[in-house]
Design a protein around this ligand. Structure first.
Ligand SMILES: *Cc1c(COP(=O)(O)O)cnc(C)c1O
Length: 395
């Protein structure tokens, strides 16, 4: 590992708004599961730009789709028809809820669309002050709607006021959820598996209850699949493995294989709610992003690939569980939260891993998060396990 060039660091601090604390490395190239710094040092990437490069970096088929489309047509806006956009909408609809798709450019925007649908549908059935219910440690994004549904971050008074009409209950607490939902509820809006919180799986029991509560009140069940979707948990969408069919799912992150794109995907009924003028986006599903997403779906949405994700997940989980210093492994497929033994510090361990050529993430002091690419080879999985085990014994 080579430390970042001092002048690059100084210019970053001078010119880039200081909203991120960055690790001490600058990447210049990626290939498959590997990243390289300017000195040619190699890193195995078990984070994939936070579950974005799920088919690895610069996958040749995604690069080819982007190159070809970029040379043909990059942007015309949504005032006109473009075929890649329609192809992608049809594909996403058929792969999930069967209704319509609203496109946008990020995860938080996909959630903004879901919030609009929920509020408008609630008004249409006569709810005057529609309320959206989430879990306390959910993460839904950084724009004000999504942020208002992200209780852990919405608390900062200096960023207030938040939007009205949001309420939260403790994670996976069925009784609290039931008490919070009523005729004024517009939506239950939750992650199937919490990602940013450190990988916590919502129980089937609570998910089933959420569906029942929505059916009883007319609220929409909105599942944020921005991190869990696109194959990450071993099915194209995480909800497929659970007991509840949602009314709306949101997708982004891996959807474009590295190109920015988001989508809000609905059932037929929820797809009727928004009308001309209700919502829009200049860049959404431009030909380049839509072509990248089609290439990504061609690669991910195949039984062999989804099987590989599940088996790699089992291999990594079994290997991690055997290690001294690992208390538990949470998650599903290739979305893993590794709970460390008491007294261990995940941030320190994560820095140590980076210095040994492994890119991971420490979302909370007691846990590492791994979001490996689906194309990880058996040898790379072995290297990852050996490196984590060695770093743990040096802690
Ligand atoms: C990353 C993420 C978001 C926000 O996506 P952005 O593209 O950063 O706006 C929202 N929800 C979940 C579950 C996420 O993981």
């Amino acid at each position: 590992m080579s430390p970042v060039d001092q002048t690059l660091k100084e210019r970053e601090e001078r010119y880039v708004m200081q909203t991120y604390k960055r690790a001490d490395v600058a990447f210049v190239r990626g290939e498959g599961a590997l990243l390289f710094d300017a000195d040619g040092n190699e890193y195995l990437d078990l984070l994939g730009g936070i579950s974005v490069a799920s088919m690895g970096h610069c996958h040749p088929e995604i690069v080819a789709a982007v190159r070809e489309q970029a040379g043909q047509l990059m942007h015309v806006s949504n005032l006109f028809y473009t075929q890649p956009m329609v192809d992608l909408a049809e594909r996403l609809s058929r792969s999930s809820l069967g209704g319509r798709v609203f496109f946008c450019n990020s995860g938080t925007e996909a959630n903004e669309c879901a919030i609009k649908i929920a509020r408008k549908a609630a008004h249409e059935r006569g709810a005057e002050n529609p309320e959206i219910v989430s879990f306390e440690s959910d993460f839904h994004g950084r724009t004000y709607g999504s942020l208002s549904a992200t209780p852990g971050l919405a608390k900062d008074p200096k960023l207030g006021p938040m939007l009205p009409g949001f309420r939260s209950v403790p994670f996976d607490d069925g009784a609290a959820l039931e008490a919070a939902v009523g005729p004024g509820t517009a939506a239950i809006f939750v992650e199937v598996i919490q990602g940013e919180a450190g990988v916590f799986v919502l129980s089937d029991e609570t998910l089933k209850l959420a569906r029942e509560l929505c059916d009883r009140t007319g609220a929409l069940l909105i599942l944020d699949e921005i991190q869990t979707g696109m194959g990450r948990t071993g099915s194209l969408w995480a909800y497929e493995q659970g007991p509840a069919r949602p009314d709306v799912i949101t997708s982004a992150k891996a959807l474009g294989g590295g190109v920015a794109i988001g989508a809000c995907i609905t059932t037929e009924a929820a797809g009727e709610v928004l009308a001309p003028g209700d919502h829009g986006s200049t860049f959404a599903a431009g030909p380049v992003a839509a072509s990248a997403a089609m290439a990504m779906l061609d690669l991910v949405d195949r039984p062999e690939m989804l099987r590989r994700i599940r088996s790699l997940g089992t291999t990594l989980t079994d290997g991690l569980m055997k290690m001294d210093g690992v208390e538990a492994v949470r998650g599903r497929g290739l979305m893993l939260g590794v709970e460390l033994s008491e007294g261990m510090d995940s941030a320190g361990l994560n820095t140590e891993l980076l210095s040994r050529g492994l890119v991971a993430n420490a979302p909370r002091p007691d846990s590492l998060r791994l979001l490996p690419p689906f194309i990880l080879t058996d040898e790379q999985a072995d290297f990852a396990l050996t490196t984590i085990s060695e770093a743990l014994s040096d802690q």
